[in-house]
Design a binder for this molecule. Structure first.
Ligand code: BJW
Ligand code: ZN
Length: 243
């Protein structure tokens, strides 16, 4: 297999999805068939779902918080930490995962595109999101100290905008002009959810080289120059040549 060469002239953007956490024991969305306790994920991960049934949404996220609290990074996460140590500011990790495992593993240049499972914000006022690992398994909806409104997980739900600062950080990395060549690697993601699924084309528009590491073919596999089929915890540790 042709190696992914990471030398002093390369900058690397990595996009990760649920598949990268699968070997740590965190279930993927497509693995759940897009269902949680027979509810479509959109019903528990959308503003409409929260308006309709905030207690159900808190039960879902309480289960997710409990399930992710004790999980450990796997060799795929560890490989990304080594790549970042080698590349420094020529590395950026954009993750769709909300489980915090990249940060636990030691990655530092991380963009949490879809938010963080262990942060809470207010649905009704503009107070800052705050760290929170509490669970509400019976579906009690916690109240905001500042306004008395409803608290919600700090997750980017379907139909919600991603943080413009996060998108700008990714965009600036893609278009950076410092004489380095851009390489993009997506791992463990179905390529079905936007705007993450479109990053490969942004990278191609500036002539970057593109790699996909995934267990199955993704919705956008044909957009990548290289497709390595396999589990990220097995593929990533041996994929790159650090020179
Ligand atoms: C392994 C493995 C192993 C397993 N090793 N691999 C353009 C076109 C059409 C629709 C839209 C569009 N632009 C926007 C939309 C709407 C929507 C969208 O994309 N919908 C699609 C479903 C069609 N996007 C949005 O709403 C986004 N907001 C937005 O764009 O705002 C502006 C706007 C709004 C509306 C219209 C137009 C513009 C926000 C998206 C936020 C997504 N949030 C979620 C929910 C959070 C819930 C939570 O975590 O609690 O984030 S959705 C869910 O999917 C979650 C994930 O981060 C995300 C991506 O999933 P991922 O990571 O790819 O996981 P899986 O399970 O799908 O795939 C795992 C893969 O791994 C599989 O392929 C396996 O084979 C593989 N695998 N084991 C390697 N060991
Ligand atoms: Zn509030």
């Amino acid at each position: 297999m042709e190696p992914l060469v990471l030398d002093s002239r390369t900058r690397l953007l990595v996009l990760t999805g649920a598949g990268v956490s699968a070997e740590s024991g965190v279930p993927t969305f497509r693995g759940m068939n897009g269902l949680w306790e027979n509810h479509p994920v959109e019903a528990v991960a959308s503003p409409q779902g929260f308006e309709a049934n905030p207690a159900l949404v808190w039960r879902f996220y309480s289960q997710r918080r409990a399930g992710a609290a004790d999980v450990k990074p796997n060799p795929g996460h560890d490989a990304l930490v080594r790549w970042e140590q080698h590349l420094g500011d020529r590395f950026l990790l954009a993750t769709q995962n909300v489980d915090g495992l990249h940060t636990k593993a030691g990655s530092q240049r991380v963009v949490d595109m879809h938010g963080n499972l262990f942060r809470t914000k207010c649905a009704d006022c503009s107070r800052q999101p705050f760290a929170d690992a509490t669970v509400h398994p019976s579906g009690t909806v916690p109240k905001c100290d500042a306004c008395g409104g409803r608290l919600r997980p700090d997750i980017v739900w379907f139909g919600e905008m991603l943080d413009p600062q996060d998108l700008a950080r990714i965009g600036e990395f893609i278009t950076r002009q410092d004489g380095t060549r851009l390489v993009f690697l997506a791992a463990g993601t179905s390529g079905a959810v936007w705007p993450a699924a479109g990053i490969v084309d942004e990278v191609r528009s500036v002539r970057g080289d593109t790699w996909l590491v995934n267990y199955e073919s993704a919705a956008n596999t044909e957009r990548f120059h290289h497709f390595v089929q396999g589990q990220s915890g097995q593929v990533l540790p041996t994929l790159a040549k650090l020179v």
